[in-house]
Design a protein around this ligand. Structure first.
Ligand code: AMP
Ligand code: MG
Length: 418
């Protein structure tokens, strides 16, 4: 769906996201040591190399026995042997009990474990009070996985628990997707470094910090960041250099149609073709996304153009840079997912655009509740900092009030790669 006006083509929010993930293909792979793999994306499906665990184990500290011996209870049995995990295999004699530790292999001849809490012990004998089913308190071999079972799907984030699983199967290295290399270019004559004292009218370059941190939290690597005034020649040089050393260039500022907004025309001159150059998303409408084709065999370079206003820039980071980095980084399902939530407040849809409304999102009485934050002005940085996510309202004239079911996109910074 495109809307035309003033020579530009504005596409819907959903189309914009779809075009981004269609254009961004995974960048290639590398092998990393397992201990460096947290937060990385598996580049191949990883199968179990052996049964996990390959022997039957006791689930409890207690006594290994034959279930068939557990008759005429209560009754005492002599404790003939002991097995601990490190002792390996042992033999169990009928009509006796073998003391066993949690995790130790079940001795040959035993088929049941009685937890120590359920028996009485004294001087080398154990008194069994009640019978239990054969097989009680035993983990059978291969209970976690059988050799050949799928452990990790290609494209999955390697969470700490996945590292534990792979470690248990002896994987010391894994094939992961290469991290996208990102160059951040913040533009604007008014910008000063954050440690400078801004003169009247000047603004600290806060977008550089927000963008760099977000990009790295999304699993990519910022290889360079620059701050450039609204001057064509310098900006062109900075953009050219950025395109030469990145998989994805992220710019902020100068994205609109003002007299000093040079970013899009300069990128076009540098050979960037835009997948869209404005998008029906409020308040991040000037956001654009493009690609520059590469020489045969090389990957194209992508460019995300973000508005300068911090709150709009953050929306564009979440909704356009995030799926781009996930797709370039090989993640399964790179498109952001949304969830239904109950609205606690009031929002008005925008007639021709999807509306991204900063919200506090909480779980209450078993469902998500989204409360729009008070100040949604695109020039502010505070709403982005306080929000847990966005309410995404489809284009229209509707007003949503408390209790309405809305769609929310929750920020997820859980798996920050190194
Ligand atoms: P622009 O999109 O270039 O028209 O910028 C709009 C407004 O966003 C500027 O007037 C600044 O107040 C603010 N802004 C632009 N770039 C940055 C930045 N890097 N950091 C913080 N604020 C910015
Ligand atoms: Mg500007």
């Amino acid at each position: 769906m495109t809307q035309r006006g003033s020579g530009r083509s504005t596409i819907s929010f959903e189309d914009a996201q779809r075009r981004i993930v269609e254009s961004c293909a995974p960048l290639g792979t590398e092998r990393v040591a397992l201990r460096d793999a947290a937060g990385r994306i598996a580049a191949a499906t990883l199968n179990a190399r052996e049964d996990l665990v390959p022997f039957a184990r006791s689930a409890m500290d207690g006594f290994a026995m034959c279930a068939a011996d557990l008759i005429d209870l209560p009754r005492e049995f002599p404790v003939r042997a002991r097995v601990y995990a490190e002792l390996g295999s042992a033999e169990h004699s009928p009509q006796t009990a073998t003391a066993i530790a949690t995790g130790a292999p079940i001795p040959r001849g035993a088929d049941t474990v009685l937890p120590i809490e359920d028996v009485e012990t004294s001087d080398g004998v154990v008194r069994i009070l009640r019978s239990v089913e054969a097989g009680s308190c035993i983990f059978p071999p291969g209970e976690d996985a059988r050799a050949g079972d799928e452990l990790i799907e290609s494209g999955a984030v390697l969470r700490p628990s996945a590292l534990g699983l792979l470690a248990s199967d002896g994987y010391s290295e894994v094939e992961v997707f290469r991290k996208p290399r990102v160059v951040v270019v913040c533009t604007g004559d008014e910008l000063v470094p954050i440690d400078a004292a801004p003169a009247y009218g000047q603004i600290r370059n806060s977008n550089a910090f927000m963008t760099t941190a977000a990009v790295e939290a999304l699993g990519a690597k910022v290889v360079a960041a620059s701050m450039i005034g609204d001057e064509r020649a310098k900006l062109r040089h900075a953009l050219e250099e950025a395109i030469g050393s990145a998989d994805l260039v992220v710019t902020t500022g100068g994205a609109s149609v003002g007299e000093r907004d040079f970013v899009k025309p300069l990128l076009k001159k540098l050979g960037v073709e835009f997948l869209f150059d404005t998008v029906a998303l409020r308040p991040a409408k000037p956001s654009a996304f493009g690609r520059r084709a590469a020489a045969a065999g090389a990957a194209p370079v992508h460019v995300a153009v973000l508005p300068g206003n911090p709150s709009s820039a953050f929306i564009a980071l979440q909704e356009f840079v995030r799926p781009a980095l996930f797709a370039l980084g090989g993640r399964r399902d790179p498109l952001p997912s949304t969830h239904p939530a109950r609205l606690d407040g009031r929002i008005r849809a925008k007639p021709n655009s999807t509306y991204a409304c900063y919200a506090q999102i909480r779980l209450r009485d078993g469902s998500l509740v989204a409360r729009p934050l008070d100040n949604q002005c695109s020039a502010l940085t505070r709403s982005a900092s306080e929000a847990d996510g966005f309410i995404l309202a489809p284009p229209g004239t509707e007003t949503f009030t408390t209790g309405a079911i809305v769609s929310v996109d929750i920020f997820d910074w859980t798996y920050v790669g190194r």
